[in-house]
Design a protein around this ligand. Structure first.
Ligand code: ATR
Length: 266
């Protein structure tokens, strides 16, 4: 659907920074939301090279009608170092994907991948607090989701990753941040656990192997994805065939957009 924003001198400007920039979807998603909700705002793609990030940030700070940023590859870690304040998840994860410029000149950042996942579960009526979870994957997205699950008070978190060291490292970091939550690196065995979350990239491509032995899934499980396309990953198809409940990848992004919009004041 084409967006026909009515841009005036009062319109507040937001941006998404990336390198490369051509693939970003935030302008479409945010501008559609601005139009739908009648907000006088626009989001534009801003191509910022890594070496120019500090210069670009100084420029954003210099513009009073510039509200904030969505941040993606390769800037998520570097922009965090330029922030004056960081939200808890951003600090723990060591990366930010949203940055806000406050009227007092301060720049604040936080990471919403994990919070978006949690909000997405809740919007579908699934409550992670108090539940035991098998998380598959300990990459960038897995890191964010593990900290968010722990911050919500899951009863147990088992992290499985192909590269076991990364699962051990992440489990140690999450345990240090949330000592009351039992967290461990382990096998991809969901028996005795309630929720399975796939945070690996397996399922994005037709030729991908499954991220776990799906014969171990039972009707009591909730199986969650963060992959948006395909909607029905082989893991979700297998989970449905086993009679398990499934949770689709798109909810994480949908809810994250709302959280980021609130954060950056969009
Ligand atoms: P993202 O930022 O999307 O999370 P990432 O940081 O590259 O991407 O993480 C990808 C995740 O998928 C990791 O957990 C990765 O496992 P490794 O840490 O062992 O690389 C997992 N992954 C990717 N390809 C995989 C494969 N063929 N088999 C098992 N796990 C795989």
């Amino acid at each position: 659907m084409p967006v026909t924003l009515d841009i005036t001198g009062k319109t507040r400007v937001f941006g998404i920074i990336a390198d490369p920039i051509h693939h970003v979807r935030a302008p479409m998603v945010f501008n559609e939301m601005f139009e739908r909700t009648g907000r006088d705002a626009i989001m534009v793609p801003l191509h910022v090279r890594p070496e120019q990030l500090p210069t670009a940030v100084e420029g954003f700070k210099a513009m009073p009608n510039f509200g904030g940023l969505c941040v993606t590859v390769p800037h998520k870690v570097e922009i965090m170092k330029l922030c004056d304040t960081l939200g808890e998840q951003g600090r723990l994860i060591g990366a930010t994907n949203a940055v806000r410029f406050d009227p007092d000149g301060r720049m604040s950042g936080d990471m919403f991948d994990g919070k978006g996942f949690i909000a997405g579960m809740r919007c579908q009526g699934f409550e992670p607090a108090g539940k035991s979870v098998l998380q598959l994957g300990a990459g960038g997205a897995g890191r964010a989701i593990a900290f968010a699950l722990a911050s919500e008070g899951v009863s147990k978190l088992v992290i499985h990753n192909r590269t076991r060291d990364k699962a051990e490292e992440l489990a140690t970091a999450v345990k240090a941040a949330y000592p009351s939550v039992p967290v461990e690196a382990g096998d991809a065995d969901p028996r005795g656990l309630e929720i399975i979350v796939n945070t690996t990239s397996l399922g994005l491509h037709d030729e991908d192997p499954l991220p776990m032995e799906t014969g171990l899934i039972s009707p009591e499980h909730l199986v969650a994805e963060i992959i948006m396309i395909p909607v029905e990953t082989p893991l979700l198809k297998a989970a449905k065939a086993k009679g398990a409940q499934v949770h689709y990848g798109r909810h994480m992004l949908d809810e994250q957009i709302t959280l980021i919009a609130d954060y950056i004041g969009a």
